[in-house]
Design a protein around this ligand. Sequence first.
Ligand code: ZN
Ligand code: ZN
Length: 168
Amino acid sequence: MRFNVAQLLKRATGSSRRYQMREDIEGIDPALIIREPLVGQIEMVRTADGILVTGELTTAVELQCDRCLEPFIQKVEFRIEEEFQPAIEMGTGAQLPYDEDTRIDEHHILDLTELIRQSIFLTLPMHPICRPDCLGLCEWCGKNLNEGPCGCQEPKADPRLEILKKLK
Ligand SMILES: [Zn+2]
Ligand SMILES: [Zn+2]
């Protein structure tokens, strides 16, 4: 997701460009299993100091359900908004201080990869669930209860534990 922004940097503050994105982002991170291309629209606006990038993007990743442990596909939708700044000043070529993740390199390449990688992680649920009514695994035999009941019976409550519960 590298964009050459040399032309936009030469234009007046407020100038903008839109890009329709459809990118294969498999391999963007070893911990992510990407199941759909990244799709959406981004806009780049020339600011006094650099280029402001905004956009609405979607993709899909494969996660493992916390309850039933089965893999499932989670839609990922996120918004980006970040200002990128040149590593060197246009015209003079002087080095400018910059943030590694949001810099425009000396060849005028603005790379969205790191911003998008981080945005996907921020969007993922802490406890992924394959569906809201996932029944999970039987705690006695381990069967996936989404596939049907297992025949285990809830063991009778231990009367000694019941007493302890009442004391709480
Ligand atoms: Zn599940
Ligand atoms: Zn069971």
